[in-house]
Ligand binder design. Structure first.
Ligand code: MG
Length: 208
């Protein structure tokens, strides 16, 4: 919904280069950048932000490729991992009547979207995400699950869901530590642009 990053935002990708990103092994990110967008470069693997985050507001735009002969998880698959742990699915799920836990906007294999807010392939779409990381006690046990609210193209698709734990393929194991934003290489040439995060304080004051 918010297209322009506010002054408090950490701009992660402004269309120019991947200097804020690495491959999972820490080497410089090698996905293709052209015309103000980055494209998943099949076989190169996932990329992650150099900076790590705990609670945040995220804005991101994506476009799925036109793959008319592909179906299901093979159709425009990518994903946005929050804190390196929780995948918001990216997929071409345009027109699906009853989106499932693997469809676009799902918390992968945990929560299907409330509604199908998908645009067709080759159209830019937005995710606006409010994320609250899990809270742990002194022994490291989770006291409060991570929570996420997601708007896709301005429509609420996830309403403060309590995540059940890391989704499949998570790379960051510590629920309370800051983690990177991670974009998935699932072999399909999904594009991304205009990615920024506003880190959020972990709590407000105790003052009335
Ligand atoms: Mg995926």
């Amino acid at each position: 919904m918010i297209q322009t990053p506010p002054d408090t935002a950490v701009v992660l990708f402004d269309g120019k280069d991947l200097s804020n990103w690495t491959q999972l092994d820490g080497e410089a990110a090698v996905w293709e950048v052209a015309n103000g967008a980055m494209t998943v470069t099949a076989g190169e693997g996932d990329i992650v932000t150099r900076e790590k985050f705990t609670d945040f507001l995220l804005h991101l735009e994506f476009m799925t490729p036109d793959m008319p002969d592909a179906t299901g998880q093979a159709k425009g698959n990518s994903g946005v991992f929050l804190q390196g742990r929780y995948e918001i699915q990216v997929l071409d799920s345009y027109g699906i009547d009853v989106p499932g836990q693997g469809d676009c906007g799902a918390i992968y294999n945990q929560f299907a979207t409330l509604v199908n807010a998908c645009k067709p392939p080759l159209e830019w779409q937005t995710y606006d995400v409010i994320f609250r990381a899990a809270r742990v006690d002194e022994s490291g046990e989770i006291e409060e699950n991570a929570r996420v609210t997601v708007l896709q193209n301005g429509i609420v698709i996830q309403n403060n869901v309590q995540l059940l734990g890391a989704t499949g393929g998570a790379t960051d194991e510590d629920a309370a530590e800051p983690g990177p934003l991670r974009l998935q290489d699932h072999g399909n040439s999904v594009k991304y642009r205009n990615i920024w995060i506003v880190p959020l304080p972990l709590k407000g004051s105790d003052v009335y």
